[in-house]
Design a protein around this ligand. Structure first.
Ligand code: SF4
Length: 280
């Protein structure tokens, strides 16, 4: 985990590494390109390249970050891919429940699993989904309280659900793959539901923003970046404005195909973020 250059977050946390491509937005996956550079390098975190794997050693890392921050969960993977067992996802949630000072941002392209996982965790033989997740974290990390855990939290099986400090997002690179993900996202209870419209690959037309609390948009970067028209972004921005949804314009390419972070659109920088919990 490290300080992040991603404009809408502060840090990344990867209790899972590696992934498998699922849709056109994955074509030039930066995580794959990075991870594969280190395949075979003994002792490197990405010695196994982009092969999916759990990293339970990293589960308790956010507990040592004293300063409150925004944490992008699995920037190098997808927490909801099939290789991640339900109870490991629960352990990740258990850790997130232990550090309410941080805001966790969970972004997935496997949105169809979101409602299934919420149903699974609600039917555990525990008093609540919250206690199921705390128990999973306790079982997965180690049998006795690690020193970094606040003793008041360790064993506390009662708290708000859904977790007020967790934001859920889905990727929406196009209509075909992106729109069904929004429908899945809408079905899950979350403090904040957001859309990552990046890389924006086509004009999305009308977007159903009901139940959505934040939208991020941006174009692809890198040598082989696919083109994005500013009118496509303008349409997203205007729909957000009409619906009262905060809009964040993350990046685009300039005429020389260099990445521009937080670009202007019609002379204005758009960096709005959701400020409150929308649980309910
Ligand atoms: S889901 Fe994300 S991490 Fe996984 S291959 Fe696609 S872009 Fe990469």
């Amino acid at each position: 985990m490290s300080t992040s250059e991603i404009e809408w977050t502060d840090k990344t946390w990867n209790p899972v590494r590696g992934c498998v491509k699922v849709s056109p937005g994955c074509k030039h996956c930066y995580a794959e390109a990075f991870a594969e550079r280190f395949r075979g390098v003994a002792g490197h975190p990405y010695e196994q390249g982009f092969d999916p794997r759990l990293v339970p050693d990293k589960l308790d890392a956010p507990l040592s970050w004293r300063k409150p921050c925004k944490v992008f969960v699995n920037s190098m993977s997808d927490l909801f891919m099939v290789d991640v067992p339900d109870d490991y996802i629960a352990a990740v949630f258990g850790v997130m429940s232990a550090v309410p000072r941080h805001t966790f941002q969970v972004l997935t392209k496997r949105a169809e699993r979101l409602p299934r996982w919420f149903e699974w965790v609600a039917t555990r033989p525990h008093e609540s989904p919250f206690s199921a997740c705390v128990s999973a974290a306790m079982d997965t990390i180690e049998p006795d309280p690690p020193r970094r855990f606040d003793n008041e939290w360790w064993g506390n099986l009662d708290g708000d659900w859904p977790l007020p400090n967790v934001q859920f997002g889905v990727s929406v690179e196009d209509r075909k793959y992106g729109f069904p993900r929004i429908d899945h996202l809408r079905k899950v209870p979350a403090a904040v539901r957001f859309l990552s419209i990046e890389p924006l690959l086509e004009d999305l037309g009308a977007i159903d923003l009901a139940g959505i609390h934040w939208v991020i948009a941006g174009g692809e970067s890198g040598r082989r970046a696919r083109p994005m028209e500013e009118d496509w972004v303008r349409s997203v921005r205007d729909q957000c404005a009409a619906a009262g949804v905060p809009f964040f314009y993350k990046q685009r390419l300039d005429e020389k195909r260099r990445k521009v972070s937080l670009p202007l659109l019609d002379g204005v920088q758009h960096v709005a973020m959701p400020g409150v919990s929308h649980v309910g």
